[in-house]
Design a protein around this ligand. Structure first.
Ligand code: AMP
Length: 197
């Protein structure tokens, strides 16, 4: 199964992707995680992305498209994957379609985790507090001021991606404001047709 999880920052894409990995053995591909690793490793791409990410803006399309193209060409992606945080622009969505079509593949489903923008900032603050308590690194962009920029980027550049997939008939919506287990169940129902195939 090749799946895209859409939704604003803090909607729970990462949490739900991890559960899909566990349940269906899919590969979890998070461009945010990949960019953070590249930044940590100090690669030129990572260092350039680091500043953009700290501001809450989007990294250029060509950078993330290349990262995804290289990653899905690897053997372990052959059985399917769940994309978390990609595509974030219509141009990225079109590039993804083209790179899959070149392999004779396509997406099976796109699920949008719908969320109330006003409540998301609380989730982000909570995520930062939990990371701090657990002694884990706190994401620089999990900060209310940066979050406003991330949400603005989502509204301007990523919200049109939902319309793009609605147009292709792939889009399904799940209420991301429910408790985590309820969202996982709803996601399972939305994907039923694909997981029993
Ligand atoms: P995330 O972990 O998905 O919240 O992503 C964190 C940050 O990484 C975003 O705010 C962007 O700066 C950058 N990023 C991640 N994925 C993408 C993408 N597909 N396109 C552009 N920027 C991205």
């Amino acid at each position: 199964m090749r799946l895209v999880l859409l939704g604003p920052p803090g909607a729970g894409k990462g949490t739900q992707a991890a559960r899909l990995v566990e349940k269906f053995g899919l590969l979890h591909l998070s461009t945010g995680d990949m960019l953070r690793s590249a930044a940590e490793a100090g690669t030129p791409t990572g260092l350039a992305a680091k500043e953009i990410m700290a501001r809450g803006d989007l990294v250029p399309d060509r950078v993330v498209v290349k990262i995804i193209e290289d990653r899905i060409a690897e053997k372990d992606a052959a059985n399917g994957f769940v994309l978390d945080g990609f595509p974030r622009t219509v141009a990225q969505a079109q590039s993804l379609d083209a790179m899959l079509a070149a392999k004779g593949q396509k997406l099976d489903a796109v699920v949008e985790l719908e969320a109330d923008a006003e409540k998301l900032v609380d989730r982000i603050v909570k995520r930062a507090e939990e990371a701090k308590r657990a002694g884990l690194p706190v994401r620089k962009d999990d900060d209310p001021a940066v979050f406003a920029t991330r949400l603005a980027a989502y509204r301007a550049q990523t919200a049109p991606v939902s319309a793009y997939y609605r147009g292709t008939g792939l889009l399904k919506a799940v209420n991301g404001m429910e408790p985590i287990d309820a969202v996982t169940r709803a996601l399972g129902t939305a994907l039923e047709r694909h997981t029993h195939a």
